[in-house]
Design a protein around this ligand. Structure first.
Ligand SMILES: Cc1cc2nc3c(=O)[nH]c(=O)nc-3n(C[C@H](O)[C@H](O)[C@H](O)COP(=O)(O)OP(=O)(O)OC[C@H]3O[C@@H](n4cnc5c(N)ncnc54)[C@H](O)[C@@H]3O)c2cc1C
Ligand SMILES: *[C@@H]1O[C@H](CO)[C@@H](O)[C@H](O)[C@H]1NC(C)=O
Ligand SMILES: *[C@@H]1O[C@H](CO)[C@@H](O)[C@H](O)[C@H]1NC(C)=O
Ligand SMILES: *[C@@H]1O[C@H](CO)[C@@H](O)[C@H](O)[C@H]1NC(C)=O
Ligand SMILES: *[C@@H]1O[C@H](CO)[C@@H](O)[C@H](O)[C@H]1NC(C)=O
Length: 417
């Protein structure tokens, strides 16, 4: 159905002005991809990033499905493969560190927990910046304090006091998007999953090998240890609580909180907590899904986590690539931004809906409550790790329509001008 939809879209690219300027808020993943394609499609991108330089914290992330087609069209698939993390798989371990179930990279056709294109977020963000910076005005250490849609342009006042005008403003400023709050007020539904996550780098230890190790402690706590390709190890802590607001604490208090929550967790947790003390890339946030009826309001539109964070699905980066490409393509093809935004929403919605669909019970499986529940889960997973079962699951999931490329080839459309 979606491929019929994209075939029936008509693009008239006559009369496009080459001088339109677009402000992109946020230089994470979606922002630089958008800047790259906007330039390629004849629009002038300006990116403003609140941090004083690129924020290169984070763990291994991956790009899947139709997102990979965007990597190819951007011409960075090779360099991304060259920088992949070389993890060999993920092992589910018990408190003594014994493997209860193991999934190699090749299980699930390279689309399992550890996919065949995994890259450190720091590497990905750097590559995207390098590939967009030649044709983009990047401003670091500033952010919009007000956004006024004047009908025929948008006036943006920056925290620095600068005031500038743009044809369009795009919020690519992540799950806690300030652009979203400024423009949509409280018209956003934020689905808290009651899960907090922390990421940081710790020293490598012999026991880390080349496999990711996933450990569950009772009371809904997870410790994930992943060797990287830079001689260090990346740790992820996850825990579940109905308490709100921990994301607003300062870093020292967040670290103290984690030391308390994970004090008796077992496995190599003491080593992880001690490594956390000196980690200067510590990142902590609540996990939530952002659900909105519309992603645009007048001349302002949202892309990536700002508009459709998908929570625990692990598809945030894939959605950011697809969303940025479609939005850039539609803006490039339409002088009238309302048309561009409608097409963007129509083409993007199925990908977002599919990514935000939480398999019932999946959080229970990731964060079991009791020792008994953990043991049971591990037994089920050891069965699921058998090749016959992974092959069967791969066949089932391959049929998902949202994996298909249902967006146009904007390069070809625009070349026919
Ligand atoms: C530091 C960091 C570490 C992360 N680590 C992981 C990880 O380990 N695993 C994982 O799955 N996901 C991680 N994520 C989230 C992941 O990057 C996104 O889910 C996904 O890639 C979609 O990207 P995005 O560009 O929409 O948002 P993000 O990657 O979150 O990028 C948003 C950018 O906007 C900037 N920004 C925020 N507010 C403003 C403002 N008001 N003005 C200007 N700029 C602003 C931020 O500093 C950031 O650079 C991380 C995000 C960040 C920012
Ligand atoms: C990433 O790839 C580039 C270019 O191939 C290379 O110079 C760089 O060292 C790689 N980085 C890592 C961490 O592998
Ligand atoms: C950016 O410009 C520099 C200097 O001209 C060039 O060496 C580099 O290859 C360009 N980068 C890209 C991605 O085109
Ligand atoms: C929020 O939603 C209400 C009702 O749907 C609408 O009237 C209002 O204009 C919206 N406000 C913003 C800022 O989008
Ligand atoms: C949204 O915010 C307005 C004030 O900005 C407030 O009056 C209203 O109650 C809020 N609506 C909801 C549903 O929280």
């Amino acid at each position: 159905m979606h491929s019929m939809l994209s075939r029936s879209l008509s693009y008239s690219t006559k009369n496009l002005s080459e001088n339109r300027s677009v402000l992109i808020v946020g230089a994470g993943v979606a922002g630089p991809v958008l800047a790259y394609f906007l330039h390629r499609f004849g629009v002038r991108p300006v990116v403003v990033e609140r941090a004083p330089q690129l924020r290169t914290a984070g763990q291994t992330i991956d790009v899947r499905g139709a997102g990979r087609e965007v990597l190819r069209r951007m011409g960075i698939d090779r360099i991304i493969r060259e920088n992949h993390t070389q993890e060999e798989g993920v092992a589910i371990v018990d408190s003594a560190g014994r493997t209860r179930a193991a999934f190699g990279v090749e299980s699930f056709g390279g689309q399992g927990f550890v996919a065949d294109i995994e890259i450190l977020r720091s590497e990905l963000v750097r590559i995207l910046y390098e590939h967009s910076r030649n044709h983009t005005e990047y401003i670091f250490g500033d952010h919009p304090s007000s956004i006024n849609d004047r009908g025929d342009h948008v006036q943006v006042t920056f925290a620095s006091g600068n005031v500038r005008e743009f044809d369009l403003v795009i919020g690519a400023d992540g799950m806690q998007s300030k652009t979203r709050r400024l423009v949509f007020g409280n018209n956003t539904s934020i689905h808290h999953l009651n899960v907090y996550t922390a990421y940081f780098t710790i020293p490598y230890s012999q026991s880390d090998g080349r496999w990711a190790r996933w450990y569950n402690a009772p009371k809904e706590r997870t410790v994930l240890i992943r060797p990287d390709n830079q001689g260090t190890t990346r740790a992820v802590l996850l825990f579940r609580t109905s308490q709100r607001g921990y994301e607003d604490l300062d870093v020292d208090m967040q670290k103290e909180l984690l030391r308390n929550v994970f004090a008796d967790a077992g496995f190599e947790t003491p080593r992880v907590l001690s490594g956390m003390k000196n980690a200067n890339d510590f990142y902590f946030d609540a996990i939530a899904a952002i659900k909105m009826d519309r992603w645009s309001e007048g001349r302002v539109v949202l892309v990536g986590d700002a508009g459709y964070s998908s929570g625990v699905s692990g598809r945030g980066t894939t959605l950011a690539f697809i969303g940025a490409y479609i939005l850039a393509g539609e803006i490039g093809c339409h002088q009238d931004h309302t048309k561009a935004f409608i097409q963007y929403e129509t083409l993007m919605r199925p990908y977002v809906t599919a990514a935000q669909k939480i398999t019932p019970g999946s959080i229970r499986v990731a964060l079991p409550k009791t020792r008994t529940a953990i043991a049971l889960r591990n037994t089920v997973l050891s069965f699921a790790a058998r090749p016959a079962v992974t092959g069967f699951i791969t066949k089932l999931t391959k049929s998902k329509t949202a994996e298909k490329v249902t967006f146009p080839d904007y390069e070809t459309i625009l070349a026919q001008q």
